[in-house]
Design a protein around this ligand. Structure first.
Ligand SMILES: C[S@@+](CC[C@H](N)C(=O)[O-])C[C@H]1O[C@@H](n2cnc3c(N)ncnc32)[C@H](O)[C@@H]1O
Length: 275
């Protein structure tokens, strides 16, 4: 077999694998999200290519995460002018100076969070709502907090429209977590903080996973996966990244909400522009 034929065959096998896996998960109830009932859309091929090329060829191996990423319609979470780029290997602007993270980073954070059905998960930094929707494919217990009220409002409406209405979204300061809903099995922070906010450690269950980018704005940051063991965070994995900052409320006054630009202001890769 020629190399090109081998590559085509491998691609077909991947699509068959994901399709079968999706069917098995729907039948067994392993997938708990809204995706199983959704009709195929015109971005189906682009989405499966994203899963095969950007995730499986890297180190995303958790079948439930692969199916979730192959199910959530990412193009519905980006501004209309950018839908053609929704499945590209890069972040995209979503308004308010914020971004929807690169698909690979969303998948990696989800894989590191080890979300089982029924787990309680908190996301800090709702943004477009995309990461929350991916989490909602894995568990029906998702809380997400966003500091920009306009983004929180838009994300909540979008999630509801797409069948992810069970995700609880609120506008507030994620540094404080969501004490009324704690404790959580997993917490994902999708903006970079100088250090782990103490409230998040307190709101994590024993054995729980915390995935958070740490480092200064614009400087060297590391995406870190911690596990809470005997009340303390133990670092288990890390990766150099670049995220937008986790802001403190006073900093917001200088940064009013602005619509996204026509073209992406960001591009891929650790050390590149913010995710
Ligand atoms: C990289 S974006 C998140 C992308 C998002 N997870 C998605 O799937 O589209 C980071 C988000 O964190 C939000 N954010 C920044 N500081 C925050 C804080 N203290 N509390 C809650 N959200 C915050 C930003 O407004 C922004 O929407």
């Amino acid at each position: 077999m020629r190399l090109r034929d081998k590559l085509v065959a491998a691609r077909i096998m991947r699509v068959i694998f994901l399709t079968l896996l999706g069917g098995v998960m729907a039948l067994t109830g392993l997938g708990v999200g809204a995706g199983a009932d959704r009709a195929p859309d015109s971005f189906q091929d682009a989405r499966q290519a994203m899963v095969a090329r950007q995730l499986q060829r890297r180190d995303i191996t958790d079948p439930r995460v692969l199916v979730a990423m192959g199910t959530v319609p990412r193009h519905c979470f980006v501004p209309e002018s950018l839908t053609s780029q929704a499945y590209g290997d890069h972040p995209l602007p979503i308004g308010g100076g914020q971004t929807i993270s690169q698909p690979y980073i969303v998948a990696l954070m989800t894989q590191w969070a080890e979300v089982a059905p029924g787990d309680k998960v908190l996301e800090v930094g709702t943004g477009s709502g995309y990461q929350a929707a991916v989490l909602a494919e894995l568990t029906d217990q998702v809380w997400s907090i966003e500091i920009l009220p306009e983004l929180a409002r838009q994300a909540a409406a979008r999630l509801k429209d797409l069948g992810y209405g069970r995700v609880r979204v609120r506008s507030g300061d994620g540094y404080q977590g969501w004490p009324e809903a704690a404790p959580f099995d997993a917490i994902l922070v999708t903006a970079a903080a100088p250090r782990v906010p103490p409230a998040l450690t307190a709101q994590l269950k024993e054995g729980g996973r915390l995935v958070i980018p740490l480092g200064p704005p614009g400087g060297v940051q590391n995406l870190v996966r911690y596990r809470k063991v005997q009340g303390k965070l133990v670092e288990e994995a890390s990766l150099p990244v670049r995220f937008v900052p986790l802001v403190h409320p006073p900093a917001l006054k200088a940064a009013p909400f602005a619509d996204p630009p026509e073209a992406p202001a960001t591009s891929p890769g650790p050390g590149g522009p913010p995710r």
